[in-house]
Design a protein around this ligand. Structure first.
Ligand code: BG6
Length: 488
């Protein structure tokens, strides 16, 4: 996958269903514009947007201009946009999609196409049937957004339905976390450094904490979120993907299948989660970064007695040779005190406290933190002797910062993923068995959802989450960079 970054994909059309929706506006169009600026779109490639809104090509180009002005990573450039806009076409469809396939068959010129389904899951099968009916299934690859079903059974059914139209090697299930530079760097960090892999296992690691914390609430997505909740929105996909990358064994090569085989092994090794090892929370009114946030139940489209979780924490066991016995603590939540995604490995204590009796009774075990966002980087904390005549130790931190070392801003996840899909590279996409294994691990919880507990917006989540830990505490979300850190 690493070499693909400069390749120009082969000629193909790109078809976007849901082209006027939120995802297209915030992520897809700005990402395609960035690819266009970098010369990374196929030389021959029309981008055909479809949605129910009555628009023409010009209207769509105007919407795209606004999307780029508002959300593009490098900013709006008049000439660059004009070049990009030449590719944009639009086709109005109906809600039931009747006749869409035939209209598309007339509009699309190239024999190869990539179809992006930025639509609710309920619309997916209808659209695929239309494509098939119009003879467009051949030559089409499909990108599908999460959620891939809402439990194991529905995921299996969705996969069966998808396979009736497109084979697995032309399906791209997107989890945008895999497109993040720092998530990919987890693999390079682990498998590109002799030192790291030696310590990356149960011999050295005492516990692992994975966190996806957000400081935003559910905003205007209430009616959608009511159906999903944190377990389905983040845990089943983003968090379990991070877990898979953290725990996987070295693949035999960087071939997409070899890599995904190893991830699947991890997901299948998660011991089915006992609901007593799960804490579900929902935020109430509170203050986040100094601003009042209404409680989840006060949100638009949310039932006043909703029991949908906006936070979930779980203790998981990964029954592999490398990780048996190491507790994995995973949490994600909305309306927390800060935005922070990180993987943290807490090392075991040293076998003997040689400094006992010198005034130092507690050594802080080493801690390795992979900061996915923000302040992307990696840090290692270790004990050091404070300068002076007596042995006084204190933890210090060695820090690698993406921004400082590379002096560049990482590309948006969607840029990377769209480019890879245009190239036909599956490495950073979810395979059928991956998503099914992730649902299977969570089945017991989905069948018997633990009672909801509450936490004020702007806090660290529900108190009850602390009871999941065998030892230690959840890493403090609001920690700041240690001023004693040494930069590397
Ligand atoms: C999405 C979830 O997949 O990820 C959202 O549906 C969440 O609820 C978002 O806010 C977080 O993404 P990021 O890239 O901002 O961490």
């Amino acid at each position: 996958m690493a070499q693909s970054h400069l390749r120009v994909p082969p000629a193909q059309d790109l078809l976007i269903f849901g082209a006027t929706g939120d995802l297209a506006q915030r992520k897809l169009i700005p990402a395609l514009y960035e690819l266009s600026l970098q010369g990374l779109l196929p030389r021959k490639c029309e981008i055909l947007g479809t949605a129910t809104k009555e628009l023409g090509d010009h209207g769509f180009q105007e919407i795209a201009r606004e999307a780029v002005q508002q959300f593009s990573r490098t900013g709006f450039q008049r000439d660059g946009f004009a070049e990009f806009a030449k590719r944009l076409r639009y086709l109005t469809t109906t809600h039931d999609q009747v006749g869409t396939g035939d209209k598309l068959a007339k509009a699309l010129k190239l024999p190869r196409r990539l179809v992006y389904l930025a639509v609710p899951p309920s619309a997916v099968v209808t659209i695929l049937d239309e494509l098939k009916g119009a003879g467009l299934a051949r030559g089409s690859s499909v990108i599908i957004e999460k959620p891939f079903g809402h439990d194991l059974q529905s995921a299996v059914a969705l996969n069966v339905a998808l396979h009736k139209t497109v084979p697995e090697d032309r399906i791209f299930r997107i989890d945008h976390y895999l497109g993040k530079e720092t998530v990919q760097n987890l693999l390079v960090f682990r498998f590109g450094n002799t030192l790291v892999e030696r310590i990356w296992n149960r011999d050295v690691v005492d516990q692992v904490q994975l966190t996806v914390a957000e400081d935003i609430g559910i905003e205007s997505r209430g009616h959608l979120y009511e159906e999903t909740g944190a377990i389905r929105d983040i845990f089943q996909n983003h968090l379990l993907q991070l877990l898979a990358l953290t725990c996987m064994s070295p693949p035999s090569s960087f071939d997409p299948e070899a890599l995904r085989d190893e991830k699947v092994k991890v997901l299948k090794s998660i011991r089915p989660v006992d609901p007593s090892e799960v804490v579900r929370g929902q935020y109430t009114r509170g203050s986040v970064n100094g601003a009042m946030m209404p409680g989840y139940r006060e949100g638009e489209g949310v039932s006043p007695d909703s029991t949908t979780e906006t936070y979930v924490a779980m203790r998981l066991a990964v029954d592999t040779w490398e990780w048996a016995g190491v507790p994995f603590y995973l949490r994600c939540g909305k309306a927390l005190s800060t935005r922070r995604t990180e993987v943290m490995l807490f090392c075991r204590d040293v076998p003997l406290h040689l400094f006992a009796g010198t005034g130092i009774e507690h050594l802080t075990p080493n801690r390795l933190t992979i900061r996915i966002q923000p302040e992307e980087g990696i840090s290692l904390s270790f004990m050091a002797k404070q300068p002076g005549a007596t042995v006084v130790e204190q933890p210090v931190r060695m820090d690698f910062s993406y921004g400082q070392s590379f002096k560049t801003q990482p590309a948006e996840a969607y840029e990377r993923l769209l480019h890879d899909a245009l190239l036909g590279d599956h490495t950073l996409f979810i395979r059928q068995d991956e998503t099914e294994a992730a649902w299977a691990a969570l089945e017991p919880v989905l069948e018997q959802m633990p009672r909801i507990t509450f936490y004020p917006a702007g806090s660290e989540g529900p108190e009850a989450a602390n009871s999941l830990l065998f030892s230690g505490a959840w890493h403090d979300l609001s920690h700041h960079a240690d001023p004693r850190a040494t930069r590397g």
